[in-house]
Design a protein around this ligand. Structure first.
Ligand SMILES: [Zn+2]
Length: 363
């Protein structure tokens, strides 16, 4: 067995320590959630500011405050700071010398998601209104592998995911914003989700729905269709931040963490997924912090908006927890990292950035 493992490592060109390919991949993003909250929890400077706390700093302190930063961040993201941190790897705590950046020069959403999902920076992708992605994403590449047809699905609160994932060319069902799930399934649960989505409050017009609809459409599809590859893209963290609503921003982050726990519990209870599934949790870009009031904004005029983070859970992954003191990593390295976890090499017409080396090394 040892000899076989060694041979697999040599053939695959990997470092030692990870030779167990996973069968399923779940990617979860929450738009524009800052590493400052992920690693430090609630920022008191923002919670104390009338303009940002939505008139309820007492509630904010009751829910999210603790004098100790490691306890404080657990109040915001208890699943991340229990399961991911004990069984997986969490990157991006710059206070500990773990740096993850956008490689793209724009620091907003379409360029960020394209970088994440193609492993590549195309500087022509410089607007959120960019047409369907000319590049084959990791999801489209996986969809073309044997046995994957009809086993890949994506759900995004924001309408642009239809274009980012090139739904038309890729053939992957992309349920975004106010799309219904009729093309995937017509279960009674999904019909209810579709009806509630149609009738829901629409704070961002037709461009983006509330995360709760994206989540339950994705979760019901996970249970019904059992995809091998599932992408869920939440959007509220970014929207509430742009609106300057810090309480709602934290609430959205707290909810995404609770949904991750719900997803992981389901995955670990199911024979198709248990101990055969990788879960990536990340974001598309950072936001301001140097100038406190700039937390609401991002883009390349905002210092620090290129600073991101990611967290990984996968069987066989060395449980290194919170990472520190390593070379700077880039968002574009994650696509190949996911492919490698699945035992594949992601190849496309565009150059794909190499994987994150630490994921495949022993601690
Ligand atoms: Zn934004």
């Amino acid at each position: 067995m040892k000899r076989l493992l060694l041979a697999a490592c040599l053939l695959g060109g990997w470092g030692s320590g990870h030779s167990q390919a996973v069968e399923n991949l779940i990617i979860v993003t929450t738009d524009g959630l800052r590493w400052q909250e992920v690693f430090g929890g609630m920022d008191t400077a923002l919670a104390n500011t009338r303009r940002f706390n939505e008139g309820d700093s007492i509630l904010l302190y009751q829910q999210y405050w603790h004098a100790d930063a490691t306890e404080r961040r657990k109040k915001l993201m208890p699943f991340l700071w229990s399961t991911f941190s004990s069984q997986g790897q969490v990157y991006g705590n710059r206070w500990l010398g773990s740096r993850v950046n956008n490689a793209n020069p724009y620091w907003f959403s379409y360029p960020g998601y394209s970088e994440l999902l193609t492993g590549h920076v195309d500087t022509a992708i410089n607007t959120n209104n960019y047409p369907p992605n000319p590049h084959v994403t990791l999801l489209e590449f996986l969809h073309q592998r044997p046995g994957m047809l009809g086993r890949v699905a994506a759900f995004g609160a924001w309408e642009a995911f239809d274009r980012i994932l090139n739904e038309g060319r890729s053939g992957i069902p992309v349920v975004s914003a106010f799309d219904t799930t009729a093309s995937i399934s017509n279960s009674t649960h999904l019909q209810l989700v579709n009806n509630m989505l149609r009738d829901s409050y629409k704070p961002w017009g037709q461009g983006e729905c509330l995360d709760v609809f994206t989540h339950y459409a994705a979760f019901e599809t996970l249970k019904g269709m059992q995809p091998r590859v599932l992408y869920i893209a939440y959007g509220e963290t970014d929207e509430w931040a742009h609106a300057g609503k810090y309480r709602s921003y934290l609430q959205a982050a707290r909810q995404v963490d609770a949904w991750l726990q719900q997803l992981w519990q389901y995955l670990q209870s199911h024979p198709q997924y248990r101990n055969k599934t990788a879960l990536l949790f990340t974001t598309d870009h950072g936001r301001g912090d140097k100038v406190k009031s700039q937390w609401t904004d991002h883009g390349n005029k905002i210092e620090g908006a290129n600073e991101t983070w990611f967290a990984l859970l996968a069987p066989g992954l060395a449980p290194r927890g919170e990472m520190k003191e390593h070379e700077t990593l880039y968002q574009q390295q994650l696509a190949q990292t996911m492919a490698r976890l699945m035992g594949l090499r992601y190849q496309a017409r565009h150059a794909v950035s190499p994987e994150v080396p630490m994921v495949f090394q022993k601690p």
